[in-house]
Design a protein around this ligand. Structure first.
Ligand SMILES: *Cc1c(COP(=O)(O)O)cnc(C)c1O
Length: 409
């Protein structure tokens, strides 16, 4: 009998009861704006910043309106401006080059490897060609050799900002993701590791950079109400020189996030159990290439990727359709036209066109799937059996091409 999978790949877990109670509290008192406090009340947003700074080991933290806002705010705070060249991964998500374009800087794409990390040789070359910063995307949670990356960027005088949208809670050689570069940026959008619908966080140890980020986010002259901010001296000049590019987080979202942050280590263990189940289930499938995860990497397996090296577009489409017919939603980064989240460097035509043959070869066979925590390990084992069987069928040329079905996102 043909097994089928029936759960949606985009369904997150409900917001925990403790977070709902905290949200109700904020709704009842009505002080949703982070600077709307009574007496010596400490706002939920300020508490979240303090707790997230402690979670990452950073001196300073700022909560903002979205992950994309955090990236743009970090670029501005480190001094990136019009015409500056900013390096970023050839494989990343649209808000990353978008944040570079939003400060009128120029995205310069760096090749990626078969393991979906930035190609350090190509980075070496491009870092030496006058780049101001690297907006490093730990895309889909794949972390490169961060020690080597920092050596390259430090030697070339390139500022590193980390996009940790998929690595909140991950680490390289015991150092949390987001703590290697000058600034680490995180997202609390629904599909990331904590869910406030929309939201973002920035961490840094640099008092001037963080003072500028806080002013940029729209703190007016109320920065003294933060608890994970640099001392008032850091704001002396900055407060006159920094525009207000309003993008604060509010107390309602912060209230939902604080209990989720406490639960994050347990959630990470659950994600990794799903990830390892998928890995085991797909191991040794002919025609399918797994990514290799370094021993130095502490992962958060909230999504899973594999490659179909050398497959024709037609064969990949056949696989996608056959898997979809059995309830398994696979995303493909190699389609001619971007769909949903799968845009690529050649879809971002506001940036100068660039030649990335390695990245193009990899993306042509790159398959992506989410592993939401609403899945059990049994669910994931079933998904793996379906993918394995369909890859085998298509690779052996025994597939009939069914009508192409496509999910909404
Ligand atoms: C989601 C995401 C972002 C942006 O986060 P938003 O909160 O949606 O703005 C940035 N980078 C990557 C890699 C992402 O996946």
């Amino acid at each position: 009998m043909m097994e089928r999978f029936t759960k949606p790949f985009t369904q997150q877990e409900p917001i925990p009861d403790e977070a709902i109670a905290a949200a109700m509290e904020v709704l009842r008192h009505g002080r949703l704006h982070r600077y709307n406090t009574l007496g010596d009340e400490v706002a939920e947003t300020a508490l979240l910043e303090e707790e997230f700074a402690a979670f990452t080991g950073a001196r300073y933290c700022l909560a903002v309106a979205s992950g994309g806002y955090a990236l743009g705010c970090a670029l501005r705070a480190v001094g990136v401006g019009p015409g500056d060249r900013v390096l970023t991964n050839g494989f990343t998500l649209a808000p990353v080059p978008g944040a570079i374009a939003a400060v009128w800087a120029e995205p310069v794409f760096v090749e990626v490897t078969d393991n979906l990390t930035i190609n350090l040789e190509d980075l070496s070359v491009k870092a030496g060609q006058g780049a101001k910063a690297l907006l490093l995307s730990h895309m889909r949670g794949h972390v490169c050799d961060m020690d080597r990356l920092m050596e390259i960027c430090n030697a070339a005088g390139v500022i590193v900002i980390e996009d940790c949208a998929h690595t909140m809670g991950a680490a390289w050689r015991g150092v949390p993701s987001g703590r290697h570069g000058l600034v680490g940026c995180y997202s609390t959008q629904t599909y990331k590791h904590m869910n406030s619908g929309e939201g973002g966080l920035l961490v840094s140890d640099d008092p001037q950079v963080m003072a500028r980020a806080i002013m940029l986010s729209g703190s007016y002259m109320l920065y003294a109400r933060h608890r994970a901010a640099p001392p008032p001296e850091a704001f002396e000049r900055v407060r006159y020189e920094t525009p207000n590019v309003s993008g604060r987080m509010d107390n309602l979202r912060a209230a939902i996030l604080r209990p989720q942050l406490r639960a994050l280590p347990d959630q990470i263990a659950r994600w990794n159990a799903l990830y390892r189940t998928m890995e085991t289930g797909l191991q040794g499938t002919p025609g399918l290439q797994m990514t290799v995860r370094s021993e130095e990497e502490a992962i958060v397996g909230s999504s899973f990727q594999f490659l179909l090296p050398g497959w024709s577009a037609e064969a990949v489409q056949t696989l996608l359709a056959r898997a979809a017919a059995r309830g398994v939603e696979l995303k493909w980064f190699g389609a001619a036209e971007p769909q949903g989240f799968t845009s690529r460097h050649d879809s971002w035509r506001y940036a100068p066109a660039q030649s990335l043959p390695e990245t193009d070869r990899i993306l042509a066979g790159l398959i992506d799937m989410r592993l939401p925590l609403t899945f059990s390990t049994e669910d994931v084992a079933l998904v793996a059996r379906i993918v394995r069987a369909e890859v085998l069928t298509v690779a052996q040329g025994g597939a009939e091409v069914p009508e192409f079905t496509r999910s909404a996102d």
